[in-house]
Design a protein around this ligand. Structure first.
Ligand code: GCW
Length: 719
């Protein structure tokens, strides 16, 4: 077995990964030429294993004769991919056809062992990726129609024009940079964008918002649009449309107008002219994403207008060209109203008032991408408006690029949540994908975790979240188990390392334990961060580590953790029942009553909806206090177990990727300890109850942890 010392596992270092048979040979027995060859191969393997290849590693094992009547950049790619990755019968003939079929929706396709048929060439390309995935993972290929759940499957890049990324933990932007060459498109840029587009297309992602929702008005300047065009030209053959996050105040902030009032004729014309300019450069431009009247961003309310007034003006401007506007519902003000209720209060009265090329983009939960939230009550409630879910692929609240957290279980939980809005089975997935409401457009968005890091996402396993997002956007019924299984087989199966490991051995010793680790990882994070319905109790600003105590005098209350956990000597939790903020009433029955009644409220959401005494009896028979302590402790034990599991698979992973994960698991355990110590000690000040027997007592002093809070360097900054 391959033995690689941990010293070799330092991030970004080019450590040679020697394969099993190389290890067996001794230098004495080798001729000079052989050793040179081995050195060469070792370097090749190392390169292949820096993680840059993502899940796209499959190399053909046989030749295929591809028949495709038409030629186009996209179809040429489809043919090339097939030939490069074919793992089917040697010498087989495979036919690619663009021909309209009513059974095929959007850019879906018909797959058969003999060929792929689609309504358009993008469907053909997606079909090719599906076929290659099935060949590589050993799945059957039978006659079937594969349709995407959503028309637009978009990644939102929170990339700033200076190259930094808001909540990005994998280096700088792949699209933007500062400096003299900021707007010079190089061959290197194009090569990287092409790799990015290929990865997106391989999982069916067909849209990219190129900049931060906290947008810069200069995004709409001519020189910036030229770069947007350059990016669009590279992404186009892969079917990835570009979108721009537009600042609502652009007409006045950049366009020289006195106002950005959406009902002002000059402003209306400004947006129309801007749309015309963009579409003359980028005929398939996707449209705008807008964050308005939210966290200090300008918006229509600044002029006494509604969100609908604002969204419609921009939507009308892009409508003649087939564009859409994704308008975010992430709004809240400093009012006394429960922050969890505000988006619903603001948007529900506007149902039916948005033009049909506006889609309201709603975060999965009512607050803000927390490790666990109940679904936002807006799903299914706005029946005459297109609604799209927004999830966060970048791990802002889930451990940045340090903690190993596979997010598919969180998204699966969300997509399967039943709103009951149109009877049983009205899941958030079905409320947004057009199965229940006749939406003109359907879409889903994920906030990207991609940056300039060699392996794109910082943490190797964060790649699985990019993959998982794409797969769920294509098929919102997929299970996390299936996604993890696919990703592991594609990203890790030792096809290129020259190792001789049987499939059975690999499945038992690598696939099974690592898949289980992935599937457990989100619950582990909830356990050591915010169990039993806790939310928004993280450290301020960076949002890494605990901070339930953080509440500086002049900070708005709804940004501080004590507002969310409401701990006092009597108990803990946010009362959102009918006796409290009454957020429960925003849900449809029977969900509203289920959340409202402490006996039927799922314990995973307990402190989200209820303020309960510390000695409240949980279903386990333990007190709430004991249960909280046990969750924190369980979380950190789970991370310890992940370390053991990962150490156990060392023989099956190249040194560089092994090291990337091992190094981060150490930091993740530190974080889990800090969460455990910080939260247990802090809440103990209120509960005044002892830590239950049998679990590790917290270490350190609360004051020290608090004093260190804002001074702690972020683990990823140390890299
Ligand atoms: O979660 C919060 C983030 C902000 C982000 C905002 C949003 C882009 O902390 O960084 O701003 O959400 O979604 O608009």
């Amino acid at each position: 077995m391959k033995q690689i010392s941990t010293e070799n596992s330092i991030l970004h270092e080019n450590t040679a990964s020697k394969s099993y048979h190389f290890k067996q040979m001794t230098f004495n027995r080798m001729k000079l030429t052989v050793s040179i060859l081995i050195l060469f191969l070792a370097v090749q393997f190392t390169r292949a294993d820096d993680g840059h290849g993502l899940w796209l590693r499959g190399k053909s094992t046989a030749s295929v004769n591809v028949v495709c009547a038409k030629k186009s950049p996209t179809l040429d790619l489809a043919v090339k991919e097939l030939k490069q990755g074919w793992q089917g019968k040697n010498g087989a003939t495979f036919v690619l056809t663009v021909k309209v079929d009513k059974a095929i929706k959007f850019d879906g396709f018909k797959l058969s062992p003999k060929g792929i048929q689609a309504n358009n060439e993008y469907g053909v390309l997606y079909g090719v990726y599906e076929l290659l995935r099935r060949q590589a993972t050993g799945e059957t290929i039978k006659d079937e129609v594969c349709n995407p759940s959503y028309e637009h499957r978009v990644l939102n890049h929170w990339d700033n024009m200076d190259g930094s990324i808001e909540r990005g933990y994998a280096g700088h932007s792949i699209f933007w940079r500062r400096g003299a060459d900021a707007f010079v498109t190089t061959e290197k840029d194009k090569a990287l964008w092409q790799e990015y587009a290929r990865a997106d297309a391989s999982v069916g992602i067909n849209g990219a918002v190129l900049n931060n929702v906290n947008s810069n008005p200069n995004m709409l300047k001519a020189e910036t649009l030229k770069r947007v065009k350059d990016i669009a030209d590279v992404l186009r053959p892969y079917g990835v449309k570009v979108f721009i996050s537009a600042k609502f105040s652009s007409p006045s902030a950049m366009g020289g107008l006195k106002s950005s009032d959406p009902l002002n004729p000059e402003v209306i014309k400004w947006w129309q002219d801007k749309a015309k300019e963009i579409y003359s450069m980028i005929p398939d431009f996707g449209g705008f994403l807008v964050k308005a009247n939210s966290e200090g961003q300008a918006g229509p309310q600044d002029y006494g207008r509604t969100h609908a007034d604002g969204a419609n003006v921009m939507a009308d401007a892009v409508k003649p060209y087939g564009g859409i506007v994704m308008w975010r519902a992430f709004v809240y003000t400093t009012s006394n109203e429960d922050r969890a209720k505000q988006a619903y209060n603001e948007f529900l009265p506007l149902d039916g008032k948005f033009h049909d090329n506006v889609i309201i983009q709603v975060k999965n939960g009512p607050i803000d991408f927390q490790p666990r939230e109940p679904f936002s009550p807006l799903f299914g409630a706005m029946k005459k408006t297109s609604i799209m879910p927004e999830v966060q692929v970048t791990q802002e609240y889930l451990g940045h690029s340090v903690d190993l957290v596979f997010l598919a279980p969180m998204w699966e939980e969300f997509l399967k949540s039943d709103t009951y809005q149109e009877g049983k089975g009205s899941t958030t997935a079905r409320c947004t994908d057009g199965s229940i409401f006749p939406q003109k457009h359907t879409a889903i968005a994920g906030v990207s975790n991609v940056g300039l890091d060699v392996n794109w996402c910082g943490h190797l396993f964060a790649q699985s979240n990019w993959y998982a997002y794409g797969r769920l956007a294509w098929n919102n019924q997929m299970t996390s188990e299936k996604i993890a299984d696919e990703w592991l087989k594609l990203a890790f199966e030792p096809t290129s390392t020259g190792k001789s490991v049987s499939t059975q051995e690999w499945t038992t010793n690598f696939l099974k334990p690592i898949k289980q680790m992935m599937l457990d990882s989100r619950e582990a994070a909830v356990n050591y961060m915010m169990p039993v319905g806790f939310h928004h109790i993280m450290s301020s600003n960076e949002h890494y580590g605990p901070g339930p105590w953080w509440a500086p005098a002049r900070t708005r209350k709804d940004w501080t953790p004590p507002y969310f956990h409401q701990a006092d000597s009597l108990g803990v939790g946010f009362n959102r029942t009918t006796t409290g903020s009454n957020a429960v009433s925003q849900y449809h029955e029977p969900v509203a009553s289920m959340f409202n009644d402490v006996n039927t409220c799922p314990e995973i959401y307990l402190l989200w909806f209820h303020h309960l005494p510390w000695n409240y009896k949980m279903k386990s028979g333990r007190t709430l206090w004991d249960e909280i302590c046990i969750h924190y402790n369980t979380g950190l034990h789970q991370v310890q177990q992940f370390q053991k599991t990962w150490d156990g698979v060392q023989p099956y992973v190249d040194a560089e990727r092994f090291g990337n994960v091992k190094e981060r698991l150490v930091l993740q355990l530190d974080a889990a300890h800090l969460w455990n110590d910080g939260c247990v000690l802090y809440f103990q000040k209120f509960s005044k109850m002892p830590v239950p027997a049998g679990i590790e007592p917290p270490v350190g002093k609360l004051d020290d942890i608090i004093n260190n809070d804002l001074k702690r360097p972020m683990p990823w900054a140390k890299r």
